[in-house]
Design a protein around this ligand. Structure first.
Ligand code: FAD
Length: 287
């Protein structure tokens, strides 16, 4: 296992994001996906945390399993909504004992039904970073190239992100489709004196409907030219998927040309799109 700050200091990182499985069969399928992606030699993989801590135990199990049973460095996502201080400390203690070295500190989203909300000592990711100060994890934070939907305006979004990133080691972005959003984000952080690595999050579009829904929630726009390219692919699901992989490959190539310190793939627990993009980009894989 390694600290992501050290990996980034040594060169570009290529990383994958998974969600903790909800059923036994989903667990088997995730195990297969990880085995299929292992030959791509990811720098690290990260495991999401359900809104309001709904996957607390499962995230912890998957992160610990990856750290122990595979050769891959894991990172645990952690959100602050619906957590009291003791919840966070006991999780951080458990990760430290398991040898996990990387935490993505997130605000998280409030539960959709306010009746599901439980008391919380934290509101913003920066307050989780306060807790993390007592530990030695390498800490990442989220960045929103198209501005977080709850931010008052662009300037406030960038100032709060810059303040968060000054105390963290790196950021990973929400997904986006236009390289200009990433370049502008990095430039704006630079103007605020922050040059920590910002890893672009890549979401290969394999189904237009589901990406539109996710984009709506995250504040990302699906540009008309992306919709057009996917519609041109026709009605066949495999053709649409192939067009989505092509679009993601073009975005990744543009990001690497623009100097991105790595690429972080939202895999949705599947391996094929990521493997195809890797092959298209000519990225190294294990022999
Ligand atoms: P914060 O940094 O807390 O910011 C949230 C909003 O509050 C922003 O508008 C910010 O400008 C504002 N803000 C921050 N600090 C202050 C302050 N002091 N005063 C006033 N306003 C403030 N969600 C999950 O539930 N589980 C996951 O595993 C998960 N993984 C993610 C991974 C990545 C790479 C990304 C980009 C997002 C992920 N999310 C996840 C979604 C994320 O939790 C939501 O987007 C959430 O709404 C914001 O998270 P944040 O860490 O950016 O929050």
């Amino acid at each position: 296992m390694a600290r992501i700050a050290d990996l980034l200091a040594a060169g570009r990182t290529f990383s994958f994001e998974f969600s903790p499985p909800r059923t036994d069969s989903a667990q088997l399928s995730l195990g297969r996906t990880i085995a299929e992606l292992e030959p791509l030699r990811p720098s690290f993989v990260s495991v999401t945390y359900g809104a309001g801590g709904s996957t607390r135990a499962r995230t912890q199990q998957v992160v610990t399993w990856i750290g122990k049973e595979t050769g891959i460095t894991p990172m645990a996502h952690l959100t602050c909504q619906s957590h009291v201080r003791d919840d966070i400390r006991s999780l951080l203690d458990a990760y430290r004992e398991a040898g996990v070295e990387n935490i993505l500190a997130l605000g998280g989203d409030p539960p959709t039904d306010p009746a599901d909300a439980t008391p919380s000592d934290f509101q913003y990711a920066s307050e989780l970073i306060d807790e993390l100060d007592a530990y030695d994890f390498s800490v990442g934070v989220a960045a929103h190239p198209e501005v977080h939907p709850r931010s008052a305006d662009r300037a406030a979004d960038r100032q709060l992100l810059a303040a968060k990133l000054r105390r963290a080691d790196f950021a990973i972005t929400q997904f986006f489709f236009d390289v200009a959003h990433y370049v502008r984000l990095v430039d704006e952080l630079g103007e605020l004196g922050v040059d920590k690595p910002v890893l672009p999050g890549i979401m290969p579009v394999t189904n237009l409907g589901s990406v539109r829904r996710m984009a709506e929630l995250s504040g990302a726009a699906v540009p008309a030219w992306v919709v057009e390219r996917l519609e041109l692919a026709g009605d066949d699901a495999e053709d649409v998927r192939r067009a989505g992989v092509e679009l993601a490959t073009e975005l990744c190539a543009a990001l690497l040309d623009a100097g991105a310190p790595g690429l972080h793939f939202y895999t949705l627990n599947r391996s094929s799109a990521t493997r195809e993009i890797y092959a298209n980009l000519g990225l190294p894989t294990a022999r």
